[in-house]
Ligand binder design. Structure first.
Ligand code: ZN
Length: 277
Protein backbone atom coordinates (compact mmCIF):
# COMPACT_ATOMS: atom_id res chain seq x y z
CA UNK A 1 0.00 0.00 0.00
CA UNK A 2 1.43 3.38 -0.91
CA UNK A 3 1.93 5.73 2.04
CA UNK A 4 -0.23 8.28 0.23
CA UNK A 5 -3.21 5.91 0.04
CA UNK A 6 -6.01 7.11 2.33
CA UNK A 7 -6.20 3.55 3.65
CA UNK A 8 -2.74 4.00 5.16
CA UNK A 9 -4.38 6.33 7.69
CA UNK A 10 -7.45 4.23 8.46
CA UNK A 11 -7.73 2.95 12.01
CA UNK A 12 -10.72 1.19 13.56
CA UNK A 13 -11.81 1.20 17.17
CA UNK A 14 -12.66 -2.34 18.16
CA UNK A 15 -15.89 -1.18 19.76
CA UNK A 16 -17.10 -0.36 16.25
CA UNK A 17 -17.38 -4.12 15.69
CA UNK A 18 -18.27 -4.94 19.28
CA UNK A 19 -19.69 -8.43 18.57
CA UNK A 20 -16.27 -9.57 17.35
CA UNK A 21 -13.66 -10.99 19.71
CA UNK A 22 -10.27 -9.31 20.05
CA UNK A 23 -8.76 -11.93 17.75
CA UNK A 24 -11.52 -11.53 15.15
CA UNK A 25 -11.03 -7.77 15.11
CA UNK A 26 -7.31 -8.21 14.47
CA UNK A 27 -7.66 -10.74 11.68
CA UNK A 28 -10.66 -9.17 9.95
CA UNK A 29 -9.34 -5.62 10.05
CA UNK A 30 -5.99 -6.70 8.65
CA UNK A 31 -7.66 -8.73 5.90
CA UNK A 32 -9.83 -5.75 4.93
CA UNK A 33 -6.86 -3.40 4.55
CA UNK A 34 -7.34 -1.41 7.73
CA UNK A 35 -3.97 -0.08 8.88
CA UNK A 36 -4.43 0.75 12.56
CA UNK A 37 -6.33 -0.59 15.55
CA UNK A 38 -7.44 1.11 18.73
CA UNK A 39 -8.23 -1.40 21.42
CA UNK A 40 -10.79 -0.98 24.14
CA UNK A 41 -9.93 -2.30 27.55
CA UNK A 42 -12.57 -5.03 27.39
CA UNK A 43 -10.45 -6.54 24.60
CA UNK A 44 -7.75 -7.30 27.15
CA UNK A 45 -9.94 -9.17 29.63
CA UNK A 46 -8.56 -12.65 30.20
CA UNK A 47 -5.69 -11.94 27.83
CA UNK A 48 -2.11 -10.77 28.08
CA UNK A 49 -1.77 -7.23 26.68
CA UNK A 50 1.70 -8.14 25.39
CA UNK A 51 0.27 -11.03 23.40
CA UNK A 52 -2.61 -8.97 22.01
CA UNK A 53 -0.23 -6.22 20.93
CA UNK A 54 2.10 -8.71 19.29
CA UNK A 55 -0.79 -10.41 17.47
CA UNK A 56 -1.91 -7.06 16.07
CA UNK A 57 1.56 -6.07 14.89
CA UNK A 58 2.22 -9.49 13.39
CA UNK A 59 -1.03 -9.10 11.43
CA UNK A 60 0.33 -5.81 10.05
CA UNK A 61 -1.70 -3.47 12.23
CA UNK A 62 -0.34 -0.46 14.06
CA UNK A 63 -1.61 -0.28 17.65
CA UNK A 64 -2.82 3.31 17.80
CA UNK A 65 -4.32 3.73 21.25
CA UNK A 66 -6.09 2.19 24.21
CA UNK A 67 -9.59 3.32 25.18
CA UNK A 68 -10.12 4.40 27.73
CA UNK A 69 -8.90 5.98 30.92
CA UNK A 70 -10.33 8.92 32.78
CA UNK A 71 -13.49 9.27 34.89
CA UNK A 72 -11.53 11.28 37.44
CA UNK A 73 -14.23 13.21 39.33
CA UNK A 74 -15.82 11.68 42.39
CA UNK A 75 -17.79 12.84 45.40
CA UNK A 76 -15.23 11.53 47.86
CA UNK A 77 -11.46 11.39 48.01
CA UNK A 78 -11.72 7.61 48.11
CA UNK A 79 -13.66 7.55 44.85
CA UNK A 80 -11.15 9.84 43.19
CA UNK A 81 -8.25 7.71 44.45
CA UNK A 82 -9.95 4.60 43.09
CA UNK A 83 -10.05 6.29 39.70
CA UNK A 84 -6.38 7.27 39.86
CA UNK A 85 -5.49 3.66 40.70
CA UNK A 86 -7.52 2.39 37.76
CA UNK A 87 -5.81 4.85 35.44
CA UNK A 88 -2.44 3.60 36.66
CA UNK A 89 -3.51 0.07 35.70
CA UNK A 90 -4.57 1.43 32.32
CA UNK A 91 -1.10 2.94 31.79
CA UNK A 92 0.50 -0.44 32.58
CA UNK A 93 -1.85 -2.13 30.11
CA UNK A 94 -1.08 0.42 27.39
CA UNK A 95 2.66 0.00 27.95
CA UNK A 96 2.39 -3.80 27.76
CA UNK A 97 0.12 -3.60 24.72
CA UNK A 98 2.52 -1.25 22.97
CA UNK A 99 -0.14 1.44 22.64
CA UNK A 100 1.46 4.90 22.57
CA UNK A 101 -1.71 6.71 23.68
CA UNK A 102 -4.55 6.39 26.19
CA UNK A 103 -7.76 8.23 25.36
CA UNK A 104 -9.26 9.91 28.41
CA UNK A 105 -13.01 10.23 28.86
CA UNK A 106 -12.62 12.59 31.73
CA UNK A 107 -15.80 12.07 33.76
CA UNK A 108 -18.36 14.13 35.65
CA UNK A 109 -20.60 13.68 38.66
CA UNK A 110 -24.30 14.57 38.35
CA UNK A 111 -25.06 17.47 40.66
CA UNK A 112 -21.44 18.45 41.16
CA UNK A 113 -20.46 21.71 39.45
CA UNK A 114 -18.67 21.34 36.16
CA UNK A 115 -16.01 23.75 37.43
CA UNK A 116 -15.30 21.44 40.39
CA UNK A 117 -15.31 18.40 38.12
CA UNK A 118 -12.81 20.04 35.78
CA UNK A 119 -10.57 20.81 38.76
CA UNK A 120 -10.76 17.17 39.84
CA UNK A 121 -9.99 16.10 36.27
CA UNK A 122 -6.87 18.27 36.21
CA UNK A 123 -5.83 16.88 39.61
CA UNK A 124 -6.39 13.31 38.43
CA UNK A 125 -4.36 13.81 35.28
CA UNK A 126 -1.58 15.48 37.26
CA UNK A 127 -1.49 12.45 39.58
CA UNK A 128 -0.96 9.95 36.76
CA UNK A 129 1.22 11.98 34.40
CA UNK A 130 4.52 10.88 35.99
CA UNK A 131 3.62 7.21 35.48
CA UNK A 132 2.47 7.87 31.93
CA UNK A 133 5.71 9.66 31.12
CA UNK A 134 7.80 6.91 32.70
CA UNK A 135 5.89 4.32 30.66
CA UNK A 136 6.26 6.27 27.42
CA UNK A 137 2.47 6.49 27.10
CA UNK A 138 0.73 9.71 26.11
CA UNK A 139 -2.63 10.83 27.49
CA UNK A 140 -5.24 12.33 25.18
CA UNK A 141 -8.14 14.28 26.68
CA UNK A 142 -11.24 13.67 24.56
CA UNK A 143 -13.78 16.47 24.91
CA UNK A 144 -17.29 14.99 24.83
CA UNK A 145 -20.44 16.55 23.42
CA UNK A 146 -22.21 18.66 26.10
CA UNK A 147 -25.10 16.18 26.21
CA UNK A 148 -22.69 14.08 28.30
CA UNK A 149 -21.77 16.88 30.70
CA UNK A 150 -23.89 15.36 33.47
CA UNK A 151 -22.07 12.11 34.00
CA UNK A 152 -19.46 11.36 31.34
CA UNK A 153 -17.34 14.46 30.86
CA UNK A 154 -17.12 17.98 32.21
CA UNK A 155 -14.71 18.68 29.35
CA UNK A 156 -16.92 19.53 26.40
CA UNK A 157 -14.84 21.65 24.03
CA UNK A 158 -11.35 21.69 22.61
CA UNK A 159 -10.90 25.02 24.39
CA UNK A 160 -11.55 23.45 27.80
CA UNK A 161 -9.24 20.56 26.98
CA UNK A 162 -6.51 23.00 25.90
CA UNK A 163 -6.98 24.96 29.12
CA UNK A 164 -6.35 21.83 31.19
CA UNK A 165 -3.19 21.10 29.18
CA UNK A 166 -2.02 24.68 29.68
CA UNK A 167 -2.86 24.64 33.40
CA UNK A 168 -0.73 21.53 33.85
CA UNK A 169 2.25 23.23 32.22
CA UNK A 170 1.71 21.78 28.74
CA UNK A 171 3.66 18.55 29.31
CA UNK A 172 4.65 16.78 26.08
CA UNK A 173 2.82 13.60 27.05
CA UNK A 174 -0.54 15.34 27.53
CA UNK A 175 -2.71 16.22 24.56
CA UNK A 176 -6.10 15.91 22.98
CA UNK A 177 -8.20 13.40 21.05
CA UNK A 178 -10.56 15.23 18.69
CA UNK A 179 -13.74 13.34 17.79
CA UNK A 180 -16.03 14.91 15.20
CA UNK A 181 -19.09 13.52 16.99
CA UNK A 182 -18.36 15.63 20.05
CA UNK A 183 -17.03 18.87 18.61
CA UNK A 184 -18.59 19.41 15.17
CA UNK A 185 -21.05 22.03 16.46
CA UNK A 186 -18.39 24.25 18.10
CA UNK A 187 -18.29 27.74 16.52
CA UNK A 188 -14.60 27.95 17.48
CA UNK A 189 -13.73 24.56 16.02
CA UNK A 190 -11.37 25.61 13.25
CA UNK A 191 -9.36 27.98 15.44
CA UNK A 192 -9.25 25.49 18.31
CA UNK A 193 -8.03 22.70 16.01
CA UNK A 194 -5.31 25.08 14.89
CA UNK A 195 -4.44 26.00 18.49
CA UNK A 196 -4.34 22.34 19.52
CA UNK A 197 -1.97 21.44 16.70
CA UNK A 198 0.20 24.52 17.26
CA UNK A 199 0.72 23.36 20.84
CA UNK A 200 1.75 19.91 19.44
CA UNK A 201 -1.07 18.23 21.29
CA UNK A 202 -3.39 16.98 18.57
CA UNK A 203 -2.89 13.30 19.35
CA UNK A 204 -5.90 11.64 17.70
CA UNK A 205 -8.75 12.24 15.27
CA UNK A 206 -11.96 10.18 15.54
CA UNK A 207 -14.68 9.77 12.90
CA UNK A 208 -18.36 8.89 12.78
CA UNK A 209 -21.50 10.90 12.02
CA UNK A 210 -24.45 12.53 13.80
CA UNK A 211 -27.80 11.09 12.82
CA UNK A 212 -31.07 13.01 12.80
CA UNK A 213 -32.93 11.97 14.79
CA UNK A 214 -30.49 10.32 17.16
CA UNK A 215 -32.51 7.65 18.94
CA UNK A 216 -29.99 6.77 21.65
CA UNK A 217 -27.59 9.24 23.28
CA UNK A 218 -24.79 6.70 23.40
CA UNK A 219 -25.33 3.89 20.95
CA UNK A 220 -26.82 5.44 17.82
CA UNK A 221 -23.87 7.01 16.08
CA UNK A 222 -23.91 7.17 12.32
CA UNK A 223 -21.56 5.94 9.64
CA UNK A 224 -19.62 8.72 7.94
CA UNK A 225 -21.85 10.28 5.31
CA UNK A 226 -25.24 9.42 6.79
CA UNK A 227 -25.44 12.37 9.15
CA UNK A 228 -24.94 16.12 9.32
CA UNK A 229 -21.32 16.46 10.44
CA UNK A 230 -19.20 18.30 7.84
CA UNK A 231 -16.53 15.63 8.12
CA UNK A 232 -14.65 16.61 4.95
CA UNK A 233 -14.37 20.21 6.08
CA UNK A 234 -13.21 19.29 9.58
CA UNK A 235 -10.81 16.74 8.14
CA UNK A 236 -9.30 19.40 5.89
CA UNK A 237 -8.84 21.70 8.89
CA UNK A 238 -7.08 18.87 10.72
CA UNK A 239 -4.82 17.98 7.79
CA UNK A 240 -4.05 21.67 7.17
CA UNK A 241 -2.30 21.76 10.56
CA UNK A 242 0.17 19.15 9.32
CA UNK A 243 -1.55 16.28 11.15
CA UNK A 244 -0.60 13.05 9.43
CA UNK A 245 -1.86 10.64 12.07
CA UNK A 246 -4.60 8.05 11.85
CA UNK A 247 -8.23 8.74 11.12
CA UNK A 248 -9.99 6.51 13.61
CA UNK A 249 -13.47 5.21 12.92
CA UNK A 250 -15.29 4.83 16.22
CA UNK A 251 -18.99 4.03 15.98
CA UNK A 252 -21.20 2.90 18.87
CA UNK A 253 -24.40 1.63 17.30
CA UNK A 254 -26.92 -0.92 18.44
CA UNK A 255 -28.22 -0.91 14.88
CA UNK A 256 -24.85 -1.72 13.29
CA UNK A 257 -23.83 -4.16 16.03
CA UNK A 258 -26.92 -6.20 15.13
CA UNK A 259 -25.72 -6.51 11.51
CA UNK A 260 -23.45 -9.17 10.11
CA UNK A 261 -20.12 -7.62 11.14
CA UNK A 262 -18.34 -8.53 7.91
CA UNK A 263 -20.99 -6.63 5.95
CA UNK A 264 -20.71 -3.78 8.44
CA UNK A 265 -16.95 -3.64 7.94
CA UNK A 266 -17.49 -3.48 4.17
CA UNK A 267 -19.84 -0.51 4.68
CA UNK A 268 -17.17 1.24 6.77
CA UNK A 269 -14.47 0.67 4.16
CA UNK A 270 -16.75 2.02 1.42
CA UNK A 271 -17.76 5.07 3.43
CA UNK A 272 -14.16 5.87 4.37
CA UNK A 273 -12.91 5.50 0.81
CA UNK A 274 -15.69 7.71 -0.53
CA UNK A 275 -14.89 10.33 2.08
CA UNK A 276 -11.19 10.42 1.22
CA UNK A 277 -11.40 9.62 -2.50
ZN1 ZN B 1 -13.82 9.25 20.19
Amino acid sequence: MSPSSPLSRLCLHTITTKPWSTEQCISRYAAAGVRGITFWRYNLEGRSPEVVGRQAREAGLEVVSLCRGGFFPGRTAAERQHSVDDNRRCIEQAKDLGAPLIVLVCGAVPGQSLVESRKQIADGIAAILPEAEAAGVKLGIEPLHPMYADDRSAVNTLKQANEICDALGSPASLGIAADVYHIWWDPDLESQIHRTAQAKRLFAFHLCDWKTPTTDFLNDRGLMGEGCIPISVISQWVDATGYTGMREVEIFSNRYWSMDQSEWLSCIMKSYQELYA
